[in-house]
Design a protein around this ligand. Structure first.
Ligand SMILES: C[S@@+](CC[C@H](N)C(=O)[O-])C[C@H]1O[C@@H](n2cnc3c(N)ncnc32)[C@H](O)[C@@H]1O
Length: 274
């Protein structure tokens, strides 16, 4: 049985084909908030296939014991291959992603690449994982982090949500993803809203100044500092711009003991009012 979600009087911009033993696990994530609206509007298409429907024995088996012995059960190739063949026959070719802890680590670069594709199959594992030959049926393997989930469904949901956010029309404003974390190899700058003073922690006055050029510059600088402190690995992958080099030089000068006391307290986000 193949289940279809979404209102499809227009072709979706992107369609996710889920191959999973637990299609119902996606009900909430695909029916709520941003994704729920995008699916209902037909911008995002979602189709769900359960490989158990392609098992050929009377027990509808999808797994078996590992060859050579060992704990647990392994997802076998034939039902998965038949499910993937069925998807290709019914709806045409698609990019096939196997969710796996040994895959390449999903990051915003992968997300952007996937967002340019019209159809993505997400193959979700369970139990002790897949027969190695399932790998050969897919175009790539992706992991969402260096930890082990019980199944690929939550990983697939992460892929869907991160990719869907980049599809035009899914977020309220097309600009919403432009300055956020990882869009330029930097974390996002600190954000504040009212009240201006919360238990003595005050919004930096520059954000209330109305000087948009100065605010933009402050935000870029904060994003740079935050990245240097929290994610030095990003700094190595996305080297400092000319502007950032100037800030680094200024910071080095400020850090020298004779000028440190003169540092502007406003440079500290959410600084405490004395
Ligand atoms: C319990 S895990 C199998 C782990 C496998 N025995 C291993 O040691 O690598 C079952 C399934 O969950 C999914 N999964 C687990 N962790 C994941 C991760 N970090 N990223 C993506 N998928 C993951 C995969 O589809 C995997 O086949």
């Amino acid at each position: 049985m193949v289940m279809v979600m979404g209102m499809a009087d227009q072709a979706p911009v992107i369609t996710f084909e889920l191959v999973t033993l637990f299609p119902e696990l996606f009900d909430n994530v695909l029916g709520t908030s941003l994704l729920g609206r995008a699916v209902a509007a037909g911008i995002i298409g979602v189709e769900r296939t359960n490989q158990r429907d392609f098992a050929t024995d009377r027990h509808r088996s999808v797994d078996d014991t590992p060859c050579g012995g060992g704990p647990g059960m392994i997802l076998s190739v034939p039902p998965l291959a038949a499910a993937l063949d069925d998807i290709a026959t019914r709806r045409g070719p698609a990019h096939k992603v196997l969710l796996s802890p040994r895959g390449k680590l999903l990051d915003q670069t992968h997300v952007r690449r996937l967002a340019a594709m019209p159809r993505i199959v997400l193959v979700c594992g369970r139990y002790e994982g897949f027969d190695e030959r399932v790998s050969g049926l897919c175009d790539e393997e992706l992991s969402i982090g260096d930890y082990v989930l019980a199944g690929g469904e939550l990983a697939a949901a992460v892929v869907i949500e991160t990719v869907a956010r980049l599809i035009p029309g899914v977020l309220g404003s097309g600009l919403s993803t432009a300055d956020e974390s990882f869009s330029h190899g930097r974390l996002e700058y600190p954000q504040f809203t009212r009240p201006v003073d919360f238990r003595g922690h005050v919004v930096p006055s520059i954000l209330l100044s109305g000087d948009h050029a100065a605010i933009d510059c402050w935000r870029r600088r904060q994003a740079f500092h935050r990245t240097m402190v929290s994610r030095p690995d990003l700094m190595a992958r996305y080297p400092p711009t000319d502007e950032e080099r100037v800030w680094m030089r200024d910071d080095a000068e400020l850090a020298s003991p004779d000028v440190a006391d003169a540092a502007d307290a406003d440079g500290t986000p959410g600084g405490r009012r004395s």
